[in-house]
Design a protein around this ligand. Sequence first.
Ligand code: GLU
Length: 473
Amino acid sequence: MSATIDRHAHHQPTEVVTRFAPSPTGYLHLGGARTALFNWLYARHHGGRFLLRIEDTDRARSTQPAIDAILGGLRWLGIDWDGDAVFQFARADRHAEVAHQMVATGHAYRCYMTADEIAAQRAAAQAAKTPLRIRSPWRDADPATAPADAPFVVRLKAPRDGATTIEDRVQGSVTVQNAELDDLILLRSDGTPTYMLAVVVDDHDMGVTHVIRGDDHLNNAFRQLPIYRANGWPEPIYAHIPLIHGTDGAKLSKRHGAVGIEAYRDELGILPEAFDNYLLRLGWGHGDDEIISRDQATEWFDLGGVGKSPSRFDLKKLENLNGHYIRAADDARLAALIAPIGGYDDIDLLTRAMPVLKARAANLNELSEGARFLFAQRPLDLDQAASDLLAGDAPTLLAALHAALDAVQQWDQEATEAAVRQVAEARGVKLGQVAQPLRAALTGRKTSPGIFDVLALLGKEESLGRIADRMAV
Ligand code: GLU
């Protein structure tokens, strides 16, 4: 019997810890929101923890408004994190401490290469048309020969022989020859840690077991793994998810519409649950299921369901889902959401109207527009189609409708419908021919909820007033 020894440590599969690690240099964008959601779902599915780390080490480009937008965007999407957010810049001393330890254990070294020496290697690489891989003479030099007081960077003593293979949960097995990597810098000459070092130290200290992120970071994983190994730290499981493309197949950019998620909330009138469902389906699938609740997603989510090819962002699909979630949403909640959009003040009326209003809206702006007739002041502004419907003998018809509706005692759907039908029959026309001018008079539009719903919502007095404004006297 022979035992095989895995020379790399792995996390014991006891608790899953994932994280979202945005750089606060811009708003939370679609790709970031999806990465956060996948990490959240993976952790919740496994009963683990989901952590948030703000990677604010780029001091010039990291801003407080961007941090606020990211936190606000996550909260809007219902993505909560365990514990307090970790701020990377505040941990710079710890990162430096690890680098110094690595020097002490021989896994990193002080490199005193001058700018001229680096320029010479760059020129040689260019002449040979090979990628630049810094080969520092200090890697194997006796530290005693180091120049006193000269500036230095700390470089990782990366493995040069063999290959590194990552068993990525999405990309599969990916191998890079170690000779292709160079001794990356861990600490700059001013003593500040590099991004590559900070990410690894933070992920280790935070106990992250699964690194789920965009596949633009796959190359970084090959530079980060040696840092884990040098320190004898358990390695995370990697899952690099394909990026999001536009409908034309090109990488998603401003050209394809909004990339920041706040635009979907504030300008496009998307509900968070619709956005979540859409993000989930963007790159992850469970059979043919399209409408997937958060609970269902938590139960089903796994990395095996993440596709290997880039997914395409499709606003039409998002709006279809949004329409579904609007119809499923609570009426009082929808009323509160559209009141500020339309400048409406009667939440009760909006709530009462919501069952009929929400039947056709694809977003909150449409929903708000659909409610406008409820708050319109007499005499109503008419759009062109409504004006056309009110031409000809419509005023005479409206006078007949006014008389019939005025006689209605109990203002309910049954009674108003009977009155309107009676007018249509008396004139020998179909109900629709009566309903259209009536709709135009009541709403100022050609389309609206059902006409008897409109009469009920406006009430007898307001309905008769609007009809009187347009009828022949
Ligand atoms: N801060 C990086 C970014 O915003 C993510 C780093 C990581 O996930 O390892 O793209």
